[in-house]
Design a protein around this ligand. Structure first.
Ligand code: DGI
Length: 143
């Protein structure tokens, strides 16, 4: 499996509960390296643009309102099979369906406030990374 990059968000609920470090620790324990990271308070426009594919869904306004309710951490994770591996670490979208030991089982309260985002495919990873980071902000981890 080739080296891959994926995009991740620690959402406002998990930042508010001081779980940034615990979540980063799960990434690192699984062999994913953080190659870029920053804290942001998303604007309405940033959140709407990021979730544009969900614009027609009934939960869209609630999702945008939640995602702009406080700061988030956005990061790029690199490693073997990074997209799939991160989705596995995250667990199912609805924490009620997430396996024990996943981030959403351990840190999410509900489907509306589910602690983390992670790209679902290589193509969305590339698009989402470019949405928040310039090429120059991605660090190569060579040692
Ligand atoms: O990639 P995921 O975050 O696991 O899921 P997604 O891309 O399908 O949806 C993005 C976010 O939108 C998800 O993390 C929470 C919210 N969402 C998705 N489906 C539902 C939902 N929120 C509610 N209330 N109901 C849904 O069915």
């Amino acid at each position: 499996m080739a080296l891959e990059r994926t995009f991740s968000i620690v959402k406002p609920d998990a930042v508010a509960k001081n779980h940034i470090g615990a979540i980063y620790s799960r990434f690192e324990s699984a062999g994913l390296r953080i190659v870029a990271a920053k804290m942001l308070h998303l604007s309405q426009e940033q959140a709407e643009g990021f979730y544009a594919e969900h614009k027609e869904r009934p939960f869209f306004n609630a999702l945008v309102s939640f995602m702009t309710s406080g700061p988030v951490m956005v990061q790029v994770l690199e490693g073997e099979d990074a997209v799939r591996k991160n989705r596995e670490i995250m667990g199912a979208t609805n924490p009620k369906d997430a396996f024990a030991g996943t981030l959403r089982a351990d840190f999410a309260a509900s489907i509306d406030e589910n602690a983390v985002h992670g790209s679902d495919a290589a193509a969305s990873a590339a698009r989402e990374i470019a949405y928040f980071f310039t090429e120059a902000e991605l660090c190569s981890r060579t040692r």
